[in-house]
Design a protein around this ligand. Sequence first.
Ligand SMILES: N[C@@H](CCC(=O)N[C@@H](CS(=O)(=O)O)C(=O)NCC(=O)O)C(=O)O
Length: 202
Amino acid sequence: MELIYFPVKGRGEAIRLMLLENDVNYTETSCANNWVSDWKPKMAFGQTPCLKDGDLTLFQSNAILRYLARKYNMYGNNDQEACRADIVNDSVEDLRCEYTNLIYRNYDAGKEEYVKSLPSKLSNFEKYLKDKSPFILGDHICFADYNLFDLLDIHLVLAPSCLDSFPALKALHAAVGSRQKVKAHKESDACKAMPINGNDKQ
Ligand SMILES: N[C@@H](CCC(=O)N[C@@H](CS(=O)(=O)O)C(=O)NCC(=O)O)C(=O)O
């Protein structure tokens, strides 16, 4: 497989974690050089990440996550579990969009207000997840866990105490983060050197 993305964690990190966890032999290509002239026109919707798997070319980060989930049996054991995973993943997307807007459009003026409003947003996840642990589906991991893990991880950089009042979220973050391949990746020099976002904000 080939992941084409910018050299940032961003919307690529959850995809990288799923590829690593499933021992997928993949290469990563940076589209940072000549993005507008060389790469953007090749992207169906003018944006990246893009994942190539043989003859299949995928766009949209959440479509890529769901493709990998179906391919590697990480979409729950039944329709009810798949629906729960979808609900959480779409909620992750909502907060990720708010985060991305802060980072790229309103960081200096908006950070204080964003951090102040964060508990009310995280409490929704906490309430929805607290009856199953440590993962979204209980004792087995699914694609949405990696996306939620990454979302929590980047918010811990922005607001280090943001999970202090949310034991279920703290447990999920620890459960995903302590998995051998995830831990090795997060501790790698390459991961540590990779910025979260494409500007100097985090
Ligand atoms: N809905 C898309 C959004 C993708 C997106 O916003 N990509 C950004 C890069 S990043 O924000 O994910 O890091 C991009 O291609 N930006 C370049 C451009 O829009 O020209 C997805 O989920 O993949």
